[in-house]
Ligand binder design. Structure first.
Ligand code: KIV
Ligand code: ZN
Length: 389
């Protein structure tokens, strides 16, 4: 039998890692509304918050755990009993609760942040996983700053976490430091060196400090990761997290290469992205892949001409498949006669060669003065010329 495509679980952390970034905080009702949208999108896990961090987060997680169905609900805890107890209280009522415990494992963090040695970090990780397992079956363990941790020690901590009952091992690139080949090799190493590795799902959690979060997450999948932690629009600490919409579409468009798929309903990507922007007030950059306003916009004459002949010339996915109404031919300084004629026909004008030449000359003159020439401008140009046919 040919190799079946692997299923990659999508763990959305827009409401936890995303929400804790500057400019993205949300109220409890806003978080609840967005959690419903994530469930409709088809994410497998919604990381709803960090209940021990604030009363507002506790309230938001409780509401999401009670109301949202269709995705498992996860909550974050440091390896502190108080945090884990708070997670358990917040998750009461959840159909599929997950407690996600984390501790830093890198030398830099052990020394300067925690003041703990290797053995002490390992001991705390085990105690936390064991305590979380008393509350829920589904426990995820994260080794914060894993990509700057000694690999043998990381494998030892992960082995101990599995023995204590963790069933997901998350390997965060907390500071967005790694590269695709490095993270792929680390996942391969861990799968080969963690004891009872087959009992756990390996998960990638990549930050975007070098703009590599999506590439690194994809490389982690090649190395055997079967869960990816990501956020809508890539929001998150500093330069953000792996952008869900980009990862999902890379797996879909290059399915023959990655041989992995998710259960995301891609047609909901743009509406979900827009909802998050409206809630947080944080705009999506125009040239952002998949969900940015320019993602399916074409202005240059050569591209517009190609698009009119075959969409595949300049589009690798269909805008309708990710939730846009259609591609956009932006009429501007770089546009050519073919695109102008096509737009005019769509507006109901059928011009002969001479009429089109006259309108094209007027259009070019206007486009030198304006960044974008809108339909109303085109109509005025036609109606102001002799070409009204
Ligand atoms: O970036 C990180 O290390 C995290 C962990 C808490 C999972 O967000
Ligand atoms: Zn993070």
């Amino acid at each position: 039998m040919s190799d079946p495509a692997a299923r990659v679980r999508i763990f959305d952390t827009s409401l936890r890692d995303g929400e804790q970034s500057p400019g993205c905080s949300m109220t409890a009702p806003q978080k609840l509304r967005f959690a419903h949208a994530l469930a409709e999108l088809g994410v497998d896990y919604i990381e709803a918050g960090f209940p021990a961090s604030s009363a507002a987060d506790m309230e938001a997680v409780r509401a999401i755990a009670r109301e949202v169905r269709g995705a498992a609900v996860a909550t974050l805890a440091r390896c502190h009993p108080g945090d884990i107890d708070a997670c358990a209280r917040a998750l009461e009522g959840a159909a599929h609760p997950r407690i996600h415990v984390f501790i830093s494992t890198s030398p830099l963090h052990r020394e300067h942040k925690l003041g703990l040695d290797r053995a002490q970090v390992l001991e705390r990780a085990v105690a936390a996983v064991e305590l979380a397992r008393r509350y829920v079956d589904d426990v995820e363990f994260s080794a914060e700053d894993a990509l700057r941790t000694e690999p043998e020690y990381l494998a030892e901590v992960c082995s101990a976490a599995v023995a204590a009952g963790a069933r997901t091992l998350n390997i965060p690139d907390t500071v967005g430091y790694t590269t695709p080949s490095e993270i792929r090799a680390l996942f391969e190493y861990l799968r080969a060196n963690v004891r009872d590795a087959e009992r756990a799902v390996f998960s990638a959690h990549c930050h975007n400090d070098l703009g590599l979060a999506v590439a690194n997450s994809l490389a982690a999948i090649e190395g055997g990761a079967r869960q990816v932690e990501c956020t809508i629009n890539g929001i998150g600490e500093r330069a953000g997290n792996c952008a869900l919409e980009e990862l999902v579409m890379a797996l879909r468009v290059r399915g023959e290469y990655y041989r992995a798929h998710t259960r995301i309903d891609a047609r909901r990507l743009v509406p979900t992205s827009r909802l998050l922007s409206r809630i947080t007030g944080m705009a999506v950059q125009r040239n952002k892949a998949v969900v940015g306003q320019n993602a399916f916009a074409h202005e240059s004459g050569i591209h517009q001409h190609g698009m009119l002949k075959h969409r595949g010339t300049y589009e690798i996915m269909r805008p309708e498949d990710v939730g846009w109404a259609q591609s956009q031919m932006v009429m501007g300084r770089h546009s050519g006669r073919a695109a102008l004629n096509d737009r005019l026909q769509a507006l109901g004008f059928n011009l002969d060669e001479a009429q089109l030449n006259a309108v094209f000359a007027g259009f070019k003159a206007l486009a030198e003065k304006k960044r974008e020439v809108f339909d109303a401008d085109l109509e005025a140009l036609v109606l102001g010329s002799d070409a009204r046919a």
